[in-house]
Ligand binder design. Sequence first.
Ligand code: MEV
Length: 433
Amino acid sequence: MPNAISGFSKLSKSEKIEWLLDSYFTNKEAARMLVKQYWNSNEQLQKLHDEFIENTITNYYLPLGVAPNFKINDRLYTIPMAIEESSVVAAASKAAKFWLNRGGFKAEVISTTKIGQVHFIYKGDFNQLKTFFENVKFKLISDTADITKNMERRGGGIVDIELKNKSDDLDNYYQLHATFETLDAMGANFINSCLEQFATTFKSEAEKNLEGDLSIVMSILSNYVPNCLVKAEVSCKIEDLKSKDISKPEVFAKKFKQAVNIAEVEPYRAVTHNKGIMNGIDAVVLATGNDFRAVEAGVHAYAARNGKYSSLTHCSIDNDTFRFWIEIPLALGTVGGLTSLHPLVKFSLELLEKPAAKDLMQIVAVAGLAQNFAALKSLTTTGIQEGHMKMHLMNILNQFEATTKEKTQIVEHFKTNIVTHSAVVEAIENLRK
Ligand code: MEV
């Protein structure tokens, strides 16, 4: 076991690596080479990445793929996706192509506000607190003028601040519950800066003008954004669902809807169903430099908003029309954060023709819906493994360090055979005999 280390963050990058090698690795040279192999030869680019976080030792690559042919509100997009799971981009591309000639995807942003809270403890009379809040509310807002002036110039800013009495849930617990419009910025820094200023003003005014003891616990935005909502949908006549792998569209539509209904009522299935949606969502969120952890947390909370975890997508069959849609909260930014820093994020945003945050919300929601459509289409027809294992084949071949020639022969073989892990191993062994 290595000794604890102090001052690690102050070591140079090479010193950090040497400490790691001395402390944890037997084959130091191999580990050193591995770490350095992933450094970018462009020193400036490497330095940029080094400075994104603390204690960077190297880069961790994920593939950046693209899914073309996404028709969204009659406009064509090629969607960038950063993800390691082999079948995701292929599934998105297939779903995009499927809907391309069936009207494409329709998307709309329903709302765009975000929430931040100052959590505080107050031991005193609630009516006095209420009066104090009403008197101080204007000052809370005016004291943030330096922080909000640019955002206000663009049409955003603080929408409202409410006092919330939470003392039934937790003794003496209250909140300043603030609503923000952050336009094209995800807004975390803006919101948190405003909240910290609210807290400072609120505390100092309370010391002068409020009886009872008031102490601020914390000030932070919420990643639960049910009022930053986007909807995306596809629809067509049931008979138009007919395609190469859907020979009986009525049967397909009915089974597809049953699969969605199951995810609406059964949490075990809903989690996996929504995980498939997040395959598409996270990949685009990551490619565009947004915070996928924030999106994940907010989306899953929304999926449980009625007290039971449920599907994020829904399906209807009305007379002869099939409709499939998603409604999700997405707090995204197309300015600020990594958007102007990470070269591949800049590339991705340019590929999407420099979307506003509202456009990106629509694109991301569509990516989630498309992913879910592809998954349910496979699950209710061929089963998921056929497509999944075909895509996973290359990973297995790489595990066995197959040569290019071996790969070509084996991929050919599996064009007409079912891919399973053991079948691939057997094929490699046979080939190498
Ligand atoms: C795999 O990453 C995602 C799926 O399990 C989603 C689903 O079951 O709907 C295929």
